[in-house]
Ligand binder design. Structure first.
Ligand code: AMP
Ligand code: GLY
Length: 423
């Protein structure tokens, strides 16, 4: 059973459904795209008991959790107590994403390179304001709790930073998630994400990806869940990859063991690379969306087998196979996103797709037999190409045939890498 209903789960589900080990796949809630190869189930996925009851009634062998919120609610803890295998950490491990204050303290404790910072809670508004007067701008303000991408704000002057700080700590910006904040040094470099699947004993490194978080071209405007992704990132050479493994990934896994946190699931490491040195910006306790669409589209080995071996702590026996092609994902969103937007616009999709082009549903639903928009991020197109420029071309060509009113997408996914990689 797969938990979630976005483009990430469409991509993961499609890979799982192709496995010879998968006899029946349920997806809760899934989306109209996943209905084609799996059985969608309406469940309140942030209610662990509801998920558990379904699993018991349907003799589910293994549950793969897509998003972070059910993990923070203790879904993995409850499933494990009931002897159901789960890919996704228990609450203690999920704190790596659920609390930035915790994650930063963990990084510090285990010597993991990260931006320098100070933390403050809602009783410390005065101290935090005083501290802001002493820092060099720009800085980054982060709400500690889960805030759906809205909890991180870069500030280039004291006036703006003080205003945001106040709104975070008094709960008006992101509610309770802002009751603790991290004030962080601004790092200038390029970003890349690495993904690990661990069974608590062994780990495998999945292909890396680059995400395009801002709504506007040239990385302008507010942060979103992600407007596109590219995998692989050739700028990440083997020297840098080795540094990341030695300075960040292995110390993190060792740290979890030292803390007695049994972690079985994905860890997403978000990096800023500054002068060829990796700095860890964040942990997520899941795969990225839309990074998964690019990453999983390149995996050619059996993904369900990977999950089964992970659940048996035999991940060391898995042979990950990855296509050497480049994957590019373009996300089409509803105009207005990440702010407010209209829903229920009719969607028209291409009748057929060229080879190595995949269409993933994100925010869609069926209304009276018509596919309509049902979220900010609506449709993702992923294309595999022999090189980056070929993949970009294929993705954008197919995206022309995804039609709904008020459709918006970034036209520059992958362009920065194209320039940098050709230098
Ligand atoms: P996070 O959720 O912590 O990864 O932050 C979201 C985004 O904000 C990151 O992907 C970066 O683009 C940006 N960001 C976060 N922390 C920093 C930092 N210390 N310096 C510069 N940019 C940052
Ligand atoms: N695309 C960023 C994330 O999934 O957090």
């Amino acid at each position: 059973m797969l938990i979630g209903g976005g483009g990430r789960e469409h991509a993961m589900g499609l890979s799982i459904s192709k496995s010879k080990f998968c006899h029946q796949l349920y997806i809760a809630p899934g989306n109209p795209g996943t209905e084609v190869f799996a059985q969608n189930i309406t469940l309140n996925i942030i209610n662990p008991n509801e998920v558990l009851n379904f699993c018991l009634e349907h003799s589910i062998d293994i549950v793969v959790v897509g998003p972070e919120a059910p993990l923070m609610e203790g879904l993995a803890d409850l499933l494990i107590q009931n002897q159901i295998s789960v890919i996704g950490p228990q609450k203690a491990g999920a704190l790596l994403e659920g609390s930035k204050v915790y994650a930063k303290a963990f990084m510090k404790k285990y010597g993991i390179p990260t931006a320098s910072y100070q933390k403050f809670d809602k009783t410390q508004l005065k101290e935090a304001k005083e501290y802001l007067k002493t820092v060099k701008f720009p800085i980054v303000l982060k709400a500690s709790g889960l805030a759906a991408g809205k909890g991180v704000v870069s500030c280039d002057n004291l006036h703006f930073a003080t205003d945001i700080l106040q709104q975070m700590l008094n709960g008006t910006l992101v509610g309770e998630a802002g009751e603790n904040v991290v004030i962080e040094e601004f790092l200038n470099g390029w970003e890349v994400s690495m993904f690990v699947l661990t069974d608590g004993k062994n780990y495998i490194l999945l292909p890396e990806a680059k995400d395009y978080k801002r709504i506007g071209e040239g990385n302008s405007g507010p942060n979103t869940g992600g407007m596109g992704s590219v995998s692989p990132v050739h700028l990440l050479n083997s020297e840098l990859k080795n540094k990341i493994i030695q300075k960040v990934i292995e110390p993190t896994l060792q740290g979890l063991k030292t803390e007695n946190i049994h972690y079985q699931g994905f860890i997403f490491f978000g990096f800023m690379i500054v002068q060829n040195e990796p700095y860890l910006l964040e942990y997520n306790v899941r795969m990225g969306d839309p990074e998964t669409q690019s990453v999983f589209s390149r995996i050619t080995s059996d993904v369900a087998e990977m999950f089964i071996l992970a659940s048996e702590q035999r991940l060391n026996e898995y042979q990950l196979e990855v296509s050497s092609k480049t994957a590019v994902t373009v996300v089409s969103v509803s105009e207005g996103y990440p702010g407010s937007y209209e829903k229920e616009k009719a969607i028209f999709l291409p009748k057929s797709l060229p080879k190595e082009v995949i269409l993933y549903h994100a925010g869609t639903k069926l209304k009276e037999n018509q596919l309509v928009t049902n979220g900010g991020r609506v449709i993702n197109i992923t294309a595999l190409g022999d090189n980056l420029s070929n993949a970009i071309q294929k993705a954008y060509k197919a995206n022309e045939h995804v039609i709904f009113s008020n459709k918006y997408f970034r036209k520059d996914i992958g362009q920065d890498l194209l320039v940098l990689e050709n230098l």
